[in-house]
Design a protein around this ligand. Structure first.
Ligand code: HEM
Length: 398
C-alpha cells in the first residue's frame, strides 16, 4: 500500500484510528465503517459516481459527457440488465477456463519441476488474456510489434501482448493517482489518457462488427449499443478488469505464504482442498481489497452515521480499512456478514466482473495448492500505481 502510493498508505493508517465517518479538510467525508459504506453505496438518491469525487467524473473528462448516461444513467441499468447472462458464474467458468489453462499449466509445471516462477507476471498475463477474450478482441491488433501472431498464440516467450495491454492499462490508471482530493484532470493528463485508450481500443470497431454474441462487443452490437458506447465499455473493462484481479492473485499468494497457510492448502485433498481454496479466494479478496477506496459525489443532503452530508460534498469510502479490520487472512475465518462482497462494492455498481475475478483467483490458488509445498523466494512491490500490487512475486518449491 505504501509502495503503491504513500498518500494512500497514510490515509489508510490514519483512518484506522479515526471515527467511523469523519470530515477531512480537502478530502471530504472519509468513511471506514462497513455498514456506513454499504448504506452510502446503495443510496442512489443521495450519491452518484458521476460528479466531483466519483470515478465517472474521471471517465467523462477522458471519453466525453456522453458516458454519464452509460455509466450511471438509464443506459447503465439497461446495459447491465441485458448483458447479465454474460457475467454469471457459469459464463465466468466458460470464459476463464480456456483462457487461464495455459497460464495455470506454466505455474503448475514449473513448480512441480522445482523451478521458480513469477506469480505476479503470470497474473498479469492471465488477466490480460481474459479481458481480451471477453471482449472478443484480436490480440494481434492490440500491440503491433510484440510478436504475437493472429489468434493470440505466443511468439518468443509467449504472452508479451498481454503484458503490454496490462502495462498500458496500469499507466492509464496511474493517471488517476492524486485525484483523491480532486477528480478534475489537467488537459495534459486527459490527453495522455486519450492516447493510451486510443491504442488499447484500436481493435474495438472490428470486434464490434464481427465478434460472436458470446463476447461482450458482439453482444453490444446485437443489443443496439452504439460503437462509441461499446468503445467506452471496452475502455472501462480493460482497466477495471485487469489490475484489480492481478493484484488479488499475487497478494493472496504472498499472504498465504506469509501466514504459513500455503502449506495447509498444499497438504489438503478432495472436498477439503476445494473448501480451503474457496476460503482462500474469499479471504484473499477481503484482505487485499484491491480497490481500496471508492469515491462518491453527494447529490442530495443525507444523514449517515449521525453526520449530515450536503449535496456537493465528496465521499471516500475506505473499503480496504473496513474489510481488513476483522483481522489477517485466515482460512478458518467464518463468513463475515458485515463485509459481505464489500471488496466488490455495493448497490447498482457492484462489480460486474465479480464472478470472473473469483474464477481467476480460484484457478491460480488451485494451481498453487496442487503444485506441492511452495514459498516466496523473491518479491518487489509495484511503485507509483493506483492498485497496490507486486511487480515481482517469485515463488519456488519449499
Ligand atoms: C479482484 C478483482 C476485482 C475487484 C476487487 C473489483 C472491484 C470493483 C469495485 C469495488 C467496483 C465498484 C466501483 C464503484 O462502485 O465505484 C467495481 C466495478 C466494476 N468492475 Fe470490478 N473488480 C474486480 C475485477 C473485475 C473484473 C475481472 C471485471 C471485468 C472483467 C470488472 C468489471 C467491473 C465493471 C464493469 C464495473 C462497473 C460496474 C458498474 O458501474 O455498474 N471488475 N469493481
Amino acid at each position: 500500500m505504501w509502495a503503491a502510493n504513500p498518500r494512500l498508505g497514510l490515509l489508510v493508517s490514519g483512518a484506522r484510528l479515526a471515527p467511523p465517518i469523519v470530515r477531512v479538510p480537502r478530502l471530504g467525508w472519509v468513511v471506514r465503517d462497513p455498514s456506513l459504506i454499504r448504506a452510502l453505496l446503495v443510496d442512489h438518491r443521495s450519491t452518484s459516481l458521476l460528479g466531483e469525487g466519483g470515478v465517472g467524473h474521471l471517465w467523462s473528462q477522458v471519453l466525453g459527457d456522453w458516458v454519464d448516461e452509460l455509466f450511471d444513467g438509464r443506459g447503465h441499468h439497461s446495459l447491465r440488465t441485458r448483458a447479465r447472462d454474460l457475467f454469471t458464474d457459469a459464463a465466468a467458468r466458460e470464459l476463464v477456463g480456456p483462457a487461464a489453462q495455459p497460464v495455470v499449466a506454466v505455474l503448475h509445471s514449473r513448480l512441480r519441476a522445482g523451478q521458480p516462477v513469477d506469480v505476479a507476471d503470470l497474473a498479469r498475463v492471465l488477466v490480460g488474456r481474459i479481458v481480451v477474450a471477453m471482449l472478443g478482441l484480436d490480440p494481434a491488433a492490440l500491440a503491433p510489434g510484440t510478436g504475437t501472431t493472429a489468434g493470440g498464440h505466443p511468439s518468443a516467450d509467449g504472452w508479451d501482448v498481454y503484458r503490454h495491454v496490462f502495462g498500458r492499462g496500469e499507466e492509464l490508471a496511474a493517471l488517476a493517482l492524486g485525484t483523491q482530493s480532486d477528480t478534475t484532470l489537467s488537459d495534459s493528463t486527459v490527453e495522455q489518457a486519450r492516447s493510451i485508450l486510443l491504442e488499447l481500443t484500436a481493435g474495438v470497431p472490428e470486434a464490434y462488427r464481427s465478434s460472436p454474441e458470446s463476447t461482450l462487443l458482439g453482444r453490444c452490437r446485437t443489443l443496439g449499443v452504439t460503437e462509441q458506447e461499446a468503445t467506452g465499455l471496452a475502455s472501462l473493462l480493460l482497466v477495471a478488469g485487469t489490475e484489480t484481479a492481478a493484484s488479488a492473485i499475487s497478494r493472496t499468494a504472498a499472504l498465504l505464504a506469509d501466514t504459513g497457510q500455503a502449506a495447509r492448502l498444499s497438504a489438503a485433498s478432495g472436498p477439503h482442498r476445494d473448501a480451503l481454496v474457496e476460503a482462500a479466494v474469499r479471504e484473499g479478496l477481503r484482505v487485499t481489497t484491491p480497490a481500496p477506496v471508492i469515491g462518491r459525489h453527494v447529490t442530495d443532503d443525507v444523514r449517515v452515521g449521525g453526520r449530515r452530508l450536503r449535496a456537493g460534498d465528496r465521499v471516500l469510502a475506505l473499503t480496504y480499512v473496513a474489510n481488513t479490520a476483522p483481522g489477517a487472512l485466515d482460512l478458518d475465518r467464518p463468513y463475515l456478514p458485515e463485509n459481505r462482497h464489500l471488496w466488490f462494492g455495493a448497490g447498482r455498481h457492484l462489480c460486474l466482473g465479480a464472478p470472473v475475478a473469483r474464477e481467476e483467483l480460484r484457478r491460480m490458488v488451485g494451481a498453487l495448492a496442487d503444485a506441492g509445498p511452495w514459498t516466496v523466494v523473491e518479491r518487489e512491490p509495484a511503485r507509483g500505481v493506483l492498485i497496490p500490487t507486486y511487480r515481482r512475486l517469485v515463488v519456488g518449491p519449499s
